[in-house]
Design a protein around this ligand. Sequence first.
Ligand SMILES: [Fe+2]
Length: 577
Amino acid sequence: MLILGLNMFHADASAAIVQDGEVVFAIAEERLNRIKHYAGFPALAVQACLDAVGAKISDVDHVAVGQDSDANLAKKVQYALANPAKILNFIRLRQRKEGMRDVRSLLAKSLAADSKALRFQEHHLEHHIAHIASAYYCSPWEKAAGFSYDGSGDFVSTMLARCEGNEIEVLERVFLPHSLGSFYTMICEFIGYKKYGDEGKVMGLAPYGRDTYCEQVGKAVALKNGGFELDLSYFMPLGSNQGMQIMDDGTVCLAQHFSGRMKELFGEPTEPYSKIPQRDMDLAYAMQRRFEEVFFHLLNDLHKRVPLEDLAMAGGCALNSVANGKLFRETSFRRTWIQPAAGDEGLAIGAALHTYHSVLKQPRRYVMKNSYLGPEFSDARIEADLKKANLRYAKLEREPLLEAVAGQVASGNVVGWFQGRVEWGPRALGNRSIVAHPGLPDMKDVLNARIKHREWFRPFAPSILEDRQSEYFEHDHPSPFMLHVYKIRPEKREQLCAVNHVDDTGRLQTVTREENPLYYDLIQAFERKTGIPVILNTSFNENEPIVCIPQEAIDCFQRTRMDVLAIGTYLVLKTEN
Ligand SMILES: [Fe+2]
C-alpha cells in the first residue's frame, strides 16, 4: 500500500512516501528547487518520492495532507466576528485555500498525469495532530504523551495529546492569537531578525544577555491552567494571514508582530544587520527564559494528565534545542522522541502515518531510527560531475578515505563531507556536512570567514560517538537528530573549544555505528589522531538550502575556501586544483 504525505502551500512544503507502513523516502521541496522554506506545491518532492519506489501517481492508494482548513472553523469564525476588520481578509484567505485543496488536479497537473487515472483516497489532517503523529508514529513507543507547538497551524498554536496504540487523543488546544511561536517571533523581529526561520539564530544570542528585562518580557505571556495567554498589547492585531504571507514565488514573508507598546517599553526596534546592542542580547535572554518557563508549565500540565515518562514532540518550537535539553530537569518526562523535521516539512510524514495507523487501522511496525530519507547518488554520477567541473581527484577505498579525511581535519583543514542519502529535516547529520576540528580556538572564525558567514554569536555543533557522550556532556539522553543542548563537562571544554558556546553548552549529535557506520568510523579515525571522539559538524551550504546533488556540493567547494571535498569515494584537494 502506498501513501503519499504532503505539506503544501505552507512553509517548508514537502512530500513523503509511506510503503506498507514504512517511511521509505521524504524530502522538503527547498532541497530540490533551492528556494529556502519554499511554501508552494512540492511538485519536485512528489516526483522524487514516486521515483524512489518506482511508482506512478496512479499507483498511489492514499494521499494525506497535513492541513485541514475545516478544523477549528468555529473558533476562526468566532475570532473573525469579534474582529470585524479581519472578516474580508478571512474570507479571501479561505477562498484561496479552497483553490489549493483540489489535490487531485494539482497532482495531475504537476505530474502531467490523467486525473481520471488517479484512484487515491484523499485525507486532510489537522496541522498539530499531523505534527504529533510525525513524532509518535516514528517513535518506538506504544504509548506516550504527545506535544506540539509552533507559530500556528489550522488556527491552533499548541496541542496536548495522549497517544496510545493507533490513536492520538487530543486533550487540549491553545487557539490563536495565543502562540508561543508568535511570542518568540515578535521579539526576534523587534531586535532585527525578521526573516522566517530566524528564531533559531536568536536562540544562540540569548546566553550573551543578562537578566534585565525578564520581568517586563515575562508579562507578555501569562500562564493558564492547561495553557497560556498572550498580553495582546505587545502584538499587532492578528490578521487572518496568521502573521505570515506566502508570496507568488513560494517564498514566505513575515508580517510585523510587535506593537507600539514594545517601543514604549524598550525604545526603537533594531534595523536588520546592524550592530547588536546589549539591550537586544538582554531581550533575547528574557525571551528564551520566558519561552522555557511556559514550555515547562505546559509539559508539567501534560504530565499530570498523561503520567508517562515518554514524550513524543514536534512543531517548529520543538527545534528549540536549549529548552529540550533542560526538560529532563524541569519536568517528569525521562525520554523524548522529537521528529527531526519538527517544523512543517514533518507534516508530510505525520499525515501519511496517521492515515496508515489511525484511519486505516494498520498495526505499528515502523520506527524512524535515522533521518537519511532523501536521495543518494552513485559513484558514476559523482565522478562524471567531478570531470565536468575539471577537478583533479583521487578514488579511494573506504579505509584510506577515512584516514585521509581524519588526517585533514586533524591538521586544521575544513572538509566538505558528502555521503549517502540526504538528511530529512533542517540538520545536516553527517551526510551533507562540513566537518572540522572541534578543538582549535580559531576554527569558528575560520569557518565563518571562509564559508559560512554566519552571525558571530551562533555556535557550531559537535557530533560525538554516542558511547562517549557522558564523558563529555552532563546529560546522557541521546540526541541523534541534534535537538538537545547540554552542558559540556568542565574538564572537556578546552578540548571542544570550537563547539563550546559562551554558556559552556553544545548542541550535540550522538552518532551510532548502527545508523551511520561511515560517519561513526570517521569520528573514530579522528579520535585515533587527536584523542577527541568528537568532530565539528555544520551543514554543507553557504547561505542556501543544504546541498542535495553532487553538482551543488562541487559548486560550494569551488566557490568557497573549503580545503577538501570528500564526495562518495572521491577525495578532492583545493591545493591540487
Ligand atoms: Fe507547524
